[in-house]
Design a protein around this ligand. Structure first.
Ligand code: HEC
Ligand code: HEC
Ligand code: HEC
Ligand code: HEC
Ligand code: HEC
Ligand code: HEC
Ligand code: HEC
Ligand code: HEC
Ligand code: HEC
Ligand code: HEC
Length: 387
């Protein structure tokens, strides 16, 4: 039902548009047969921005066939797909097809003669796509964080800057693969959000942090949509789960960081005491074993936590506070960094940045940030730090 009814609506619109085109000049009479100079009476396409070349060159009979020598009646040469296939490829040969295209409903989206929209669409791209996928329009309209890519004012190509309208070799018919190559079409320069923030040039950031083993797993695999919802969400930065954007974040439970705990073990912030050996993620042998796993499972990591002093969980200590809980991004860069465990070199705090001076040892580490004196932690031998 939901598959067909929008198509039927679109087709009805299509026929109405065709009739508007076909309407001859007012007052003209049909000739007693097919006639000759068709454009003499059928000239509605003259003012259109995009006119189909065979129409412009008067090749009406490529698509229309006269059915009588004495009456002005016509039939179409073939059904939609076959008619277009005389001159175009049918666009149904790659791995991921689009049903309206592969079923030959070319005329649902395209006007055969002329229109004012790119590619002679019957309606602007956003309306063309959302006539059958209304949920994408509703999703972005309802989202607190909307994506500029879906706003026709900012990006006239909207949906087709990421999806091929007809077919592609990639999941969800994306225009490039992995998905990061779709994102970096625009995130290769700082973008401005409606809230006035200037976003990082992500392409430059990845190039500045070239060691792929120091990139966060899903980033390393180019899977940006594992965390970001490209059609808008109500979470900060269009994330697929909760993640606070403030310098301090009151911790009300693991759901405060719902995004991270889609893939990580929440005991990381829930348990005050831990003694479990964390799973190493930078061990190439482990990575190999991991990449043999099916994709979904590969992205789920367990084992907590290396960030402890003796058995005291330092994640708990920093994050699990009702008042000044420290958010993950104070210490971690979730995309790419220069340190193991995705620890940042410096951290933004209001309008300034301070260095973390993180050093890792085999059994622990130390840091010397702007917010307290140098502190050390060691999992085997608890370290005493000045208060
Ligand atoms: C690429 C194929 C194609 C070409 C070329 C073409 N038409 Fe059409 N035409 C169609 C189709 C398909 C329809 C059916 C309505 C629709 O889908 O818009 C149509 C509809 C019409 C109609 C409206 C009547 C109806 O049955 O809906 C007229 C009149 C018409 N065409 C005239 C012309 C004239 C005149 C030319 C040449 C200047 C021409 N067409 C060139 C495909 C074409
Ligand atoms: C002298 C003016 C005139 C010329 C020239 C003319 N037409 Fe028409 N055409 C009309 C009129 C008027 C109608 C509407 C007839 C009706 O509604 O009964 C019409 C209707 C049509 C229709 C819709 C009817 C149907 O059976 O699908 C098509 C298609 C069409 N014309 C194609 C053409 C083509 C192709 C040519 C050139 C070979 C052409 N016309 C030349 C005036 C003209
Ligand atoms: C008689 C040959 C012919 C037929 C039949 C034909 N086309 Fe075209 N079409 C062309 C040519 C030539 C171009 C311009 C070159 C190009 O873009 O490939 C074109 C361009 C287009 C474009 C690009 C936009 C534009 O107008 O420049 C679209 C979209 C298109 N055609 C759709 C269709 C659809 C849908 C059908 C079937 C209803 C169809 N064509 C049938 C010859 C044809
Ligand atoms: C779901 C809507 C939709 C359907 C169905 C559809 N197209 Fe398109 N088509 C588009 C859009 C949107 C564009 C513009 C793509 C762009 O600019 O990247 C386009 C562009 C085109 C173009 C010009 C650019 C190019 O890719 O060469 C041609 C030709 C074309 N379509 C032919 C067809 C043919 C033939 C069919 C049927 C087999 C078809 N289309 C079915 C939406 C559609
Ligand atoms: C005539 C109706 C129609 C139009 C118009 C249409 N689509 Fe679709 N689209 C479908 C159908 C049917 C499917 C099959 C999947 C489904 O049931 O949702 C689909 C599937 C998709 C999918 C893949 C979904 C998946 O899970 O793999 C994407 C992406 C998509 N369309 C994007 C677009 C874009 C972009 C446009 C505009 C150029 C567009 N669609 C216009 C009917 C349409
Ligand atoms: C910035 C790139 C981008 C834009 C713009 C975009 N999409 Fe998508 N779309 C994606 C990606 C990436 C996915 C796969 C999502 C995932 O894996 O979570 C997707 C998935 C989809 C799906 C499959 C169902 C789903 O939610 O997984 C449909 C249908 C779809 N998009 C339609 C549209 C339509 C319609 C538009 C325009 C209104 C649009 N998209 C604009 C990137 C985009
Ligand atoms: C067609 C260009 C374009 C593409 C492709 C694109 N983006 Fe964007 N993106 C923008 C623009 C423009 C903004 C800034 C305006 C805004 O925030 O809505 C933005 C904003 C964002 C934001 C911040 C949203 C906010 O307001 O906080 C994130 C996160 C984002 N994009 C991620 C992605 C991801 C992930 C992809 C790939 C799936 C992607 N973008 C693809 C243009 C694009
Ligand atoms: C593991 C989850 C995750 C993945 C995967 C991910 N992101 Fe992000 N992204 C985030 C989080 C969390 C934020 C907000 C915190 C921050 O900016 O560090 C963010 C912020 C952003 C921003 C805004 C940065 C700013 O300056 O405020 C952009 C743009 C962005 N991501 C694009 C991307 C692109 C492109 C990819 C794919 C290479 C990607 N993200 C992959 C989680 C992720
Ligand atoms: C889509 C799944 C996914 C999400 C969501 C996710 N991660 Fe990860 N994370 C991984 C994978 C896979 C690894 C292992 C590869 C690696 O070292 O990055 C990893 C590793 C890490 C590591 C390094 C672990 C080590 O032992 O080297 C840190 C730190 C980390 N993630 C922090 C975060 C934070 C903070 C968030 C929330 C913003 C988050 N992750 C969200 C999948 C995810
Ligand atoms: C005060 C700084 C700090 C904060 C805040 C922080 N982390 Fe960490 N995290 C670290 C350090 C340092 C390590 C490396 C521990 C080691 O292996 O020596 C680490 C390691 C990790 C690891 C690797 C596995 C493990 O437990 O050792 C993950 C996953 C992780 N952090 C996720 C998170 C998430 C999710 C948040 C937010 C809920 C967060 N971190 C907040 C400093 C921090």
């Amino acid at each position: 039902m939901s598959r067909l009814s929008p198509q039927v609506t679109a087709l009805t619109l299509a026929l109405v548009a065709g009739l508007a085109f076909g309407k001859p000049k007012p007052g003209t009479l049909a000739p007693p047969g097919p006639g000759e100079d068709c454009a003499q009476c059928h000239d509605a396409w003259l003012g259109k921005k995009v006119v189909h070349p065979p129409v412009k060159s008067g090749l009406c009979f490529a698509c229309h066939a006269s059915t009588s020598a004495t009456a002005h009646t016509f039939a179409l040469q073939a059904d939609g797909k076959a008619m277009c296939a005389q001159c175009h490829s049918t666009r149904d040969t790659l791995k991921v097809l689009h049903p309206p295209v592969s079923e030959g409903l070319c005329l649902t989206c395209h006007d055969p003669h002329g229109s004012d929209h790119p590619a002679r669409l019957r309606a602007p791209i956003f309306e063309t796509c959302t006539s059958c996928h209304p949920s994408k329009r509703m999703q972005n309209e309802a989202a607190l964080t909307k994506h500029g890519a879906l706003d026709p004012q900012q990006n006239p190509r909207v949906c087709v800057s990421c999806h091929d309208a007809h077919q592609s070799d990639h999941e969800k018919r994306l225009v490039a693969w992995p998905a990061v190559n779709v994102c970096l079409q625009c995130h290769d320069q700082p973008q401005k959000t409606p809230a006035g923030d200037t976003l990082l040039d992500m392409k430059a950031w990845l190039e500045a942090n070239p060691k792929t083993e120091l990139r966060h797993g899903p980033v390393r695999e180019g899977r940006c949509p594992d965390c970001h919802e490209p059609h808008g969400t109500s979470d900060w930065r269009m994330l697929k789960g909760a993640f606070p954007g403030t310098p301090y974040a009151p911790f009300t439970g693991p759901e405060t960081y719902g995004l991270c705990f889609r893939c990580h073990d929440q005991r990381l912030v829930v348990e005050q005491k831990l003694a479990e050996k964390p799973v190493s993620n930078v061990d190439p042998a482990q990575d190999l074993a991991l990449s043999a796993q099916p994709q979904g499972e590969r992205l789920v990591r367990v084992g907590v936590t290396g960030f402890r002093n003796g058995d005291e969980n330092l994640h708990f200590r920093h994050v699990n506070k009702l008042d000044k809980g420290r958010p993950c991004r104070l210490c971690h860069d979730v995309h790419a960094s220069q340190n193991p465990k995705h620890v940042r070199t410096s951290t933004p705090f209001g309008s300034w940045e301070f260095k973390l001076n993180y050093r890792k040892t085999t059994t622990g580490g130390s840091c010397w940030p702007g917010c307290h004196a140098q502190r050390q932690y060691d999992r085997d031998q608890r370290q005493e730090n000045p208060r």
